[in-house]
Write a protein that binds this ligand. Structure first.
Ligand code: ADP
Ligand code: MG
Length: 242
C-alpha cells in the first residue's frame, strides 16, 4: 500500500505540490495525469525522497524512507549517459545492486534473472550489444528489464512512453500488465489521455493539488479533466473536448 498525507513540495518559495493525500492499494496500475508543470514528476520524487517534502509518505504502513528498496524507479527521460560503453546485459544487471554490497560479484543466478528479464521485454538477442546501439524504445525496455531484476514490489515510471516506438510501448505495457497480475503495484506518469482507459485501473489527476483519485471509470471524466487542464485540454480524438 502507498499512502500520502498532506504531501507538499516547495522549490525555494515556489509551491509545486500542495497537500496531496491519497492511498493506493496493492496490485493496481495507476496513471498520474495532469498538465505540464502540474507536479507529476515532483510527486514521484517526493515519494522517493529525491526532493524534500512536507507531509507523510507511507509504503506498506511504514515511513517511505525506510522502504525505498521496495521501489524501482525510472525517471523521466532517464539521465543515463547513452554513450557510456556498457552492454545491455550489464545495464540490466545494475538492478541487482540494490541487494548487493559494494563490489560484490554478480552470481550465475542473477545473470539468469537478467536473461529472463531481457526475454520478457523481447531483447534477449541484444544482451551483448552496447546500449548506445539501441533505439529510444529499446533502451526504455532495457530500463524496464532493470526494474524486473530489482524485483521491487512497487514500480514508478515517469513518462516511459514519450518518444518511443509503438512496438516498444506495446511490449512495455504487456510486461507491466504481467507484473500487475503478479501483485506488483505500478505508478506511471502518463501524457497521452487517449490511452488512459486502456492502460490504467486508477488515475490520480493533479494540478499542484489533487483534483481527484479513483477508478478510471469513476473519475476520468471530462469535468475532472477540464478542472485539471483548463483551456489546454485536448482529448486527442480528432478534436478538442469542448
Ligand atoms: P510535471 O512533471 O507535472 O510536468 P514537475 O513536477 O516537473 O511537473 O514540476 C512542477 C513545477 O515545479 C513546475 O512549475 C516546474 O517548473 C517546477 N520545478 C520542478 N523541478 C524544479 C526544481 N528542481 N527547481 C525549481 N522548480 C522546479
Ligand atoms: Mg514531469
Amino acid at each position: 500500500m502507498l499512502k500520502t498525507e498532506n504531501l507538499s513540495v516547495y522549490y525555494n518559495d515556489f509551491l509545486a505540490l500542495e497537500s496531496v493525500s491519497f492511498s493506493i492499494g496493492k496490485g493496481t496500475m495507476t496513471g498520474i495525469i495532469g498538465p505540464n508543470g502540474a507536479g507529476k514528476s515532483t510527486l514521484l520524487k517526493a515519494m522517493l525522497h529525491i526532493v524534500s517534502h512536507q507531509g507523510t509518505v507511507l509504503i506498506d504502513h511504514k515511513e517511505s524512507k525506510k522502504q525505498l528498496k521496495k521501489v524501482a524507479y525510472v525517471e523521466q527521460k532517464a539521465a543515463i549517459d547513452y554513450t557510456f560503453p556498457i552492454e545491455v546485459r550489464e545495464c540490466v544487471s545494475l538492478g541487482t545492486y540494490a541487494e548487493k554490497k559494494l563490489f560484490q560479484r554478480i552470481t550465475d543466478k542473477e545473470w539468469a534473472k537478467v536473461t529472463e528479464a531481457l526475454k520478457m521485454v523481447d531483447l534477449e538477442e541484444y544482451a551483448h550489444e552496447q546500449i548506445g546501439a539501441l533505439s529510444g524504445g529499446q533502451f526504455q525496455r532495457v530500463l524496464i528489464a532493470r526494474c524486473l531484476v530489482q524485483n521491487a514490489e512497487y514500480i514508478f515510471l515517469d513518462e516511459p512512453f514519450v518518444g518511443i516506438d509503438s512496438v516498444s510501448e506495446r511490449i512495455i505495457m504487456r510486461t507491466l500488465k504481467q507484473l500487475k497480475a503478479e501483485g506488483k503495484t505500478i505508478l506511471i506518469v502518463h501524457h497521452d489521455l487517449s490511452k488512459v482507459s486502456d492502460y490504467f485501473d486508477e488515475v490520480l489527476i493533479i494540478n499542484k493539488n489533487l483534483i481527484t483519485h479513483g477508478s478510471v471509470t469513476a473519475v476520468f471524466t471530462e469535468e475532472n479533466l477540464q478542472e485539471a487542464y483548463g483551456d489546454t485540454l485536448f482529448i486527442g480524438k480528432g478534436g478538442g473536448a469542448t
